[in-house]
Design a protein around this ligand. Structure first.
Ligand code: AMP
Length: 435
């Protein structure tokens, strides 16, 4: 038997249905906020991530899936979504052809060579948004509240945004110096990674997962105290707008995010119950330029769907996904079977969820199969009735049976299955809108 690779998951059964539901909610909320869906390649040139995310970051130094393709090109499976979207923005010259800001969202798999563990996969899924071409604090606030509201729509009403600001370059330079001065005194206590960070990028020491509960960590300088006036004003505006948007947030000096490209606003999404962050993001005003595009202010975030769906399942928050079917069509002989094929097609194209028998098994086995799928109705075909244009419909709950003309079946179901069955092609999300 061949097993799946370490750090990957199979999405099946109920979890797969919940996953699809979550994606529907995301799609429908994105539509309201007027974010366009974007899909970029799962593999890109290795250089994109080295330049984009930063050579000194954990993601790029330790965690990427890199390979040479048969044409000897250096290829990397994307570890995150932002770099690809920004590359696409530049390559397609969206800055010239679109009205700014450009607001997009994506949803797809990312690849990180991490040590697999709880909430840590090697193939993970993220949905995320990127907004390119606005440096208005309103944009930061909108993006944060979008993430917050999607969580809320899914039932995570205890979502809290952990918010911080990295300020502008001047503020960060001052802070970096303060950090160096501070950690210089604790150099021997730092973990091996942090010793390296101390040299390459002291800001990231704050991100350390190993020592973060030690005293000298708690007393370390906080960036918020090193913001210059402009940066402080910017951050205050973001907070003010978040208040209007009724987003629940706390200011958390530990949030610095792992990547090189952030400035000003950074945030992570938690709930009161989640131990690991569900998502995170922030403002990145330098990335487009670093990737040879025009100076463009951006803000975005990504949420891990694996963690999100796991939490929804663990907390049993999704109760409204379909766990039954409308009808099971039963038959025995070839003549009945042909009618079953015809009927199933008619009903499905009218928006009903229909199942039938595919192994020519007897009625007893078909009853079991119908129960397995929690069929609301059984449609029992028999040749004598069919000759007169009749079919038997049995309500599988009340066990009541009646014979009706086969040609009236759609009207019958329209009347009896009053819930929100959708016709194929109809927008599939409208029934979530009011939840
Ligand atoms: P990041 O930008 O690295 O903070 O990732 C954003 C979100 O993606 C995280 O908050 C997680 O929900 C998810 N995520 C990141 N890495 C992994 C991973 N290795 N396995 C599962 N989910 C992940």
């Amino acid at each position: 038997m061949i097993n799946k690779p370490k750090g990957t998951v199979d999405l099946t059964d109920r979890k797969a249905r919940i996953w699809k539901y979550v994606e529907e909610v995301i799609d429908s909320v994105m539509e309201k906020y007027n974010y366009n869906y974007i899909r970029t390649p799962i593999f890109e040139s290795t250089e994109l991530f080295h330049r984009g995310i930063g050579d000194a970051t954990d993601i790029v130094t330790k965690e990427t899936y890199d390979f040479k393709d048969r044409g000897d090109r250096n290829i990397t499976l994307r570890p995150e979504g932002t770099a690809g979207v920004v590359r696409s923005y530049i390559e397609n010259k969206m800055y010239g052809t679109h009205n700014l800001p450009v607001k997009v969202y994506y949803n797809g798999t990312m690849y990180r060579y991490e040590r697999p563990g709880k909430g840590r996969l090697r193939e993970l899924s993220q949905y995320g948004v990127e907004v390119m071409g606005s440096n208005d604090p309103l944009m930061d606030a909108e993006v944060i509240s979008l993430a917050y509201n999607i969580n809320k729509m899914l039932g995570l009403t205890d979502t809290v945004v952990h918010l911080n600001s990295l300020g502008d370059k001047e503020s960060r330079d001052n802070y970096r110096k303060a950090l160096k001065d501070y950690f210089e005194l604790h150099l021997d206590d730092l973990c091996a990674d942090c010793k390296e960070r101390f040299v390459k990028n002291p800001l990231r020491i704050i991100d350390c997962k190993v020592d973060s509960d030690k005293d000298y960590f708690r007393e370390a300088p906080k960036i918020i105290d090193y913001l210059n006036k402009e940066s402080k004003d910017y951050f205050d505006k973001v907070c003010e707008y978040l208040d209007i948007l009724e987003v629940k947030y706390v200011i958390d000096p530990k949030i610095v995010r792992g990547l090189d490209y952030y400035n000003h606003t950074v945030f992570e999404l938690m709930t009161e119950e989640s131990k690991l962050a569900l998502g995170g993001g922030g403002r990145y005003d330098n990335l487009v330029k670093m990737l040879d595009g025009p100076d463009t202010s951006c803000v975005g975030y990504a949420v891990g769907l694996d963690r999100l769906v796991d939490e929804l399942i663990d907390r049993n928050l999704i109760t409204n996904i379909r766990d039954d079917i409308d009808a099971f069509i039963m038959y025995v002989n070839e003549d009945e079977k042909k009618n079953a094929i015809y009927l199933a097609n008619e009903l499905r194209m009218s928006g009903f969820v229909v199942e039938t028998e595919y192994n020519n098994k007897g009625l007893k086995s078909q009853f079991k199969r119908a129960d397995y799928f929690n069929s609301k109705y059984l449609i029992i075909l028999n040749s004598d009735d069919l000759n007169e244009g009749l079919i038997t419909i049995k309500n599988n709950k009340t066990k009541e049976e009646e014979k009706i003309m086969m040609e009236y079946i759609i009207y019958y179901f329209d009347e009896h299955l009053s819930d929100d069955n959708l016709e194929i092609g109809e927008e599939c999300c409208h029934h979530h809108d009011h939840e």
